[in-house]
Design a protein around this ligand. Structure first.
Ligand code: IPD
Length: 264
């Protein structure tokens, strides 16, 4: 019940934030305000303003919770609940006007993601999940529960992936993707990890792999994918730190082994 209330707040604030981003976007190319981990890692004033809006709304409702945002507006909490927010996941798409970017809001309790909501700013599509209670897509005010379909085989799997902005990681990711390509149906890099993870739950992608994601890219979409029945691996620190692989249990063992063999 408590986690469902966190989810409702994530949805309410996520919808307001998505309206804000849509209304703030000028025609044409959006100006990049600064870069972060590399010269290609862009942030805009609208990312920052959206994160400030989300933080204000969440902390107004739950003043003692913690907050971790992609743009660094972090606040330590005292309740064991911490919000993990990507104000615009898919910033490069947002800058160029490619209609695949999303607001991603999740709540962690004692370090575990328990509720999440993702809103595609342009299409208005929404996905939500509560740990142990399933994942769904919103259709108007109704919810359609999601069960990720099982692909026939790894060879028939459509892969979603992404590239980190840091050059050292890209030098590894490019050849790894090239090694994976002959073994699968095809590969998509659509520019928002949060949306890709929700797409797994829908069956718009079969599997996913990316290395170097931040917790804000992953938290809400990862819960949606997991609650739809996908297996996620590599989420903990260790030799494959932040290597995130996701697949239906029917093919997960074979797919995870293939990803590792490809050198991600
Ligand atoms: C990025 C997107 C992209 C992924 C990058 C992320 P941002 O998030 O999720 O798909 O490949 O690794 O950094 O910067 O647009 O919030």
């Amino acid at each position: 019940l408590v986690d469902a209330a966190l989810q409702s707040l994530a949805r309410e604030v996520g919808l307001e934030a998505a309206r804000f981003v849509a209304a703030s976007r000028p025609e044409g190319r959006v100006q990049v305000a600064a870069t972060k981990s590399s010269p290609t890692d862009a942030v805009t004033e609208i990312d920052r303003a959206c994160e400030a809006l989300v933080r204000e709304r969440i902390l107004a409702a739950r003043p003692d919770d913690g907050f971790v945002g992609e743009e660094g507006d972090d606040v330590p909490g005292a309740t064991g609940v911490e919000w993990v927010v990507d104000p615009i996941d898919g910033t490069v798409n947002f800058v160029y006007g490619i209609p695949e970017y999303a607001v991603s809001i999740a709540a962690r309790r004692d370090g575990r993601v328990v509720a999440g909501h993702v809103v595609n700013v342009v299409s208005g599509e929404e996905w939500g999940a509560v740990a142990g209670a399933g994942a769904w897509r919103h259709v108007g005010d109704d919810r359609r529960m999601l069960r990720a379909p099982a692909p026939e085989s790894v060879a028939h799997a459509l892969v979603g992936t992404g590239f980190h902005y840091r050059r050292e990681l890209r030098e590894k990711q490019g050849p790894a993707v090239a090694r994976l390509l002959p073994h699968v149906r095809d590969i998509r890099r659509t520019g928002s990890a949060a949306l890709n993870l929700c797409w797994l739950a829908e069956g718009r992608l079969d599997v996913f792999v990316e290395q170097g994601l931040g917790p804000w890219d992953l938290a809400a979409g990862g819960l949606v994918a997991a609650e739809s029945g996908m297996l996620l691996a590599g989420l903990t620190d260790g030799p494959d730190e932040r290597l995130v692989m996701a697949a239906h249990p029917a093919i997960a063992e074979e797919y995870f082994a293939l990803v590792r063999a490809c050198g991600f």
